[in-house]
Design a protein around this ligand. Structure first.
Ligand code: F6R
Length: 256
């Protein structure tokens, strides 16, 4: 895992935007896995500011709340429109977000997996990190081989996300999320984390044991994972000096 530490969230977002731009330059018809929540907002602002050309790209979002239709202001479908898609002059040719309102979630999840497969798999998967180490909404104890499915949120995640809904009571209990096995198939995983609230999860993910108790730790097994954090989120890492050294000495051929 490559660990890149930047001064602040703005610097992290700028580096992440460069990785997106590089991916688009390599292949205009790339397939992106996208995330929601607070973490990607700076990156999405950067992509809008640079008017990145997604016109040949395909996107798949990680997750959606069960029971919220695409027009619900807290749905992730709505989030993606107002924070990215509606502001791009060349939006993605094809966007996919799990449907949290279908009558048959099991078939829908299988279809979502099939659509990712049919698109050729995900080239670059963006991930935020839960304070409890979740990726997507794969909460601690999720199978590390899981596929897209309906999941129950932990009280901790409900509490963390109450800020978007006004109260914890309004946060749906269930979500549809890509599985950990699904995420691991992406060719490049890019995890962003900011702030001291994420510091323990970042350390557990990068330096702790690989365990379902911290689902993100499975990314230690991924052949191409970039963890991009600000100073505050890096606070509990043991080998900060080494990670900085590696980044400062990154050879030109590896600057991708
Ligand atoms: C969102 C997602 C979640 C969030 C995580 C961090 O699509 O899959 O895993 O990335 O809960 O949320 P924020 O960014 O709000 O701290």
């Amino acid at each position: 895992m490559e660990i890149i530490i930047q001064r602040n969230p703005a610097a992290v977002s700028a580096v992440a935007a460069r990785l997106f731009r590089h991916q688009l330059a390599e292949r205009a018809a790339s397939v992106f896995g996208l995330a929601t929540g607070s973490t990607p907002l700076g990156l999405y602002r950067e992509l809008i500011a640079m008017q990145a050309d997604f016109s040949q790209a395909t996107t798949f979002n990680l997750d959606e709340y069960a029971g919220l239709g695409p027009d619900h202001p807290q749905s992730y479908a709505h989030f993606m429109r107002v924070n990215l898609f509606d502001h791009l002059t060349r939006p993605p040719a094809r966007t996919h977000i799990p449907d949290g309102t279908g009558a048959d979630p099991r078939s829908h999840c299988a279809e979502y997996e099939a659509a990712i497969h049919a698109a050729g798999g995900i080239d670059l998967q963006l991930l935020g990190l839960g304070t409890n180490g979740h990726i997507g909404f794969n909460e601690p104890s999720s199978s590390l081989a899981s596929r897209t499915r309906l999941k129950t949120l932990t009280p901790k995640t409900i509490e963390d996300n109450a800020r978007f809904f006004g109260s914890a009571a309004d946060v749906p209990r269930h979500v549809i999320t890509m599985g950990i096995g699904t995420i691991l198939e992406a060719r490049h995983c890019l995890v962003l984390a900011f702030g001291e609230a994420k510091a323990q999860a970042v350390a557990a993910m990068a330096e702790g044991p690989i365990t379902a108790s911290c689902p993100a730790s499975v990314l230690q097994m991924h052949p191409h994972c970039t963890l991009l954090v600000d100073e505050a989120a890096a606070e509990a890492l043991q080998r900060v000096d080494y990670y900085r050294w590696v980044y400062d000495n990154k050879p030109a051929w590896q600057l991708k």
